[in-house]
Every structure is written in C-alpha cells, then in structure tokens.
Design a protein around this ligand. Structure first.
Ligand code: ZN
Length: 118
C-alpha cells in the first residue's frame, strides 16, 4: 500500500537519477578533455575549469546519494516520514522535493545549524 502510494515519487526519483547519471558522465568526460588539453590551455584557465568541474561532480554525487537514500526509504516503507522528528513530511513538500528526508521545520533547523558551523 505504501509502495503504491509512493509509486509516482519512486518514478520521479528514478527519472531524476537517470538525468543526474547522464550529467555526471558528461562532467567526467569534460574533465578528461580538460586533462588531455592541459598543455594547450593556460594554467589559470585549467585550474578554474578543473575546480568548477570537480565541484559539479561533487554536487551530482551528493545528489545521487540523496536520491538513492530516498529510493531505499520507499522500498523499506519509511518514505515520507521525517528522519529528524519522525513526523510525516508535508505532502506538498514531497511533491516539489520527492527526495526530502526532513520535514520543512527540521530542514530549516538543519540549515541554520550548518550555516552557523560554516
Ligand atoms: Zn521533522
């Protein structure tokens, strides 16, 4: 029953995962191209390109982890429950962010903590 209810989210997440995988492959290919042309481009250009591509790759890898975790929560029937306070996550929140692991309140709290640490 739970799986059925979250079928749409599951599909959405899998689709998003597919897009991310493709984009990540593109970024990694681009990174290799930069590496191969290292001696043709200036050092500063090379470094800023690598920096940007590495950051992109990092971001997509992190996104992959988040989506994989959400898919696992669906399979295990824990989906839609806030990891922080164990309360149900707002349905409209899952509609826009199906990978959400926290309710709006917990997310806000976490972000303010992360900002304080950083
Ligand atoms: Zn919460």
């Amino acid at each position: 029953m739970i799986v059925h209810k979250n079928e749409k989210c599951y599909e959405k997440l899998q689709k998003r995962q597919g897009e991310i995988t493709r984009t990540l492959e593109h970024v990694q290919k681009e990174r290799r191209t930069v590496e191969e042309n290292k001696k043709w481009i200036g050092k500063a250009a090379y470094q800023s390109r690598c920096h940007l591509l590495d950051r992109l790759a990092d971001w997509y890898l992190k996104e992959t982890t988040i989506i994989q975790e959400a898919l696992m929560r669906i399979r295990e029937g824990r989906y839609g429950i806030c990891v922080g306070c164990r309360e149900p996550i707002e349905p409209q929140r899952l509609e826009t962010a199906p990978e959400a692991a926290f309710c709006a309140q917990c997310q806000k709290l976490r972000e303010s903590v992360i900002q304080r640490v950083a």
